[in-house]
Design a protein around this ligand. Sequence first.
Ligand SMILES: Cc1cc2nc3c(=O)[nH]c(=O)nc-3n(C[C@H](O)[C@H](O)[C@H](O)COP(=O)(O)OP(=O)(O)OC[C@H]3O[C@@H](n4cnc5c(N)ncnc54)[C@H](O)[C@@H]3O)c2cc1C
Length: 320
Amino acid sequence: MRTYDVLIIGAGPIGMACAIEAKNAGLSYVIVEKGALVNSLYNYPVFMTFFSTSQRLEIGDVPFVSINPKPNRNEAVEYYRRVAEKFSLNIHLFERVDKVSKGMDGKFMVETSKTSYDAKHVIIATGFYDIPLMMNIPGETFPKVTHYYKDPHLYAFQNVVVIGANNSAIDAALETYRKGAKVTLVIRRGEIGSYVKYWVRPDIENRIKEGEITAHFNSEVLSIDTNQVTIRTPEGEQTIDNDFVIAMTGYQPDFGMLKKLGVEMGDGTQPFYDPETMESNLPGLYLAGVVCGGMDTHKWFIENSRVHAEQIFAHIAAQS
Ligand SMILES: Cc1cc2nc3c(=O)[nH]c(=O)nc-3n(C[C@H](O)[C@H](O)[C@H](O)COP(=O)(O)OP(=O)(O)OC[C@H]3O[C@@H](n4cnc5c(N)ncnc54)[C@H](O)[C@@H]3O)c2cc1C
């Protein structure tokens, strides 16, 4: 079996940035990705606009040209595909990493859904978008409930409950409202989230003020039924007609997988890594990208975690 210098788990923007560094350093590498290229971005809402400017999403010094200051999801998917082509990145798509173990010889053995690999170094760049934070309420698993909002057209002329206060929820509420949905927004806290894009905030505030979108603050959904939803509000419980629930309650990294890979988890939700080198507790096993934040999914973004790739390869170079 061939031994790679580096095996990267996840072909998101940061896994790709790591592959480019490996290639530039003359190391052999492979990215193993369980879905499509940039699978998280592929699954984002089709009309999503990034809060970052296109320059801040660039990897490998390849210019990301967008006509607008903030690019959208479709432009980003196209950009990263072109980057993969430009560098002829060695990516194995639709292949899931299931297990990583370290042998007596210091090499990693990586088992996937298709085969196995040997590698001297492994980088975990698995993001946080695969596991939604569940509310654990009755009806949450009905087909009319989604944790991955995609396209507003589906909701035209329907009664839609949107749960959440951050960008994903606010975008979903505004887009579906504009396609003719009757939207009720349910927010646990007393206000719209502080991370909401600055150009979107006045829009949602005005729609709520004008009564075009109903918002229940300090409220939570208690249960979901086939045709109704029950909400606890400061004024008491309310049951409203409902066709679809868009639950934008957030996501979390796959902590089970990280533990299985041997990464120390501190309090159980924060993977250990050295912030200088990005090396985990296991020598040769690194973390990169948004997975590093653990439950704090608002700490790392593409724009501030691109640098992890350089840190990791500086450390690998220093050792050889
Ligand atoms: C709606 C939304 C909007 C965002 N907007 C911005 C923005 O404007 N600017 C910004 O900087 N950041 C933004 N982010 C945050 C973050 O930057 C992105 O989530 C980005 O995709 C993170 O890159 P990553 O490479 O670390 O992880 P990801 O892009 O999530 O890539 C991880 C990859 O690992 C794969 N994977 C997972 N487990 C396995 C396994 N066991 N085997 C093989 N492959 C596996 C996944 O399929 C995925 O393709 C946004 C996030 C969301 C959810």
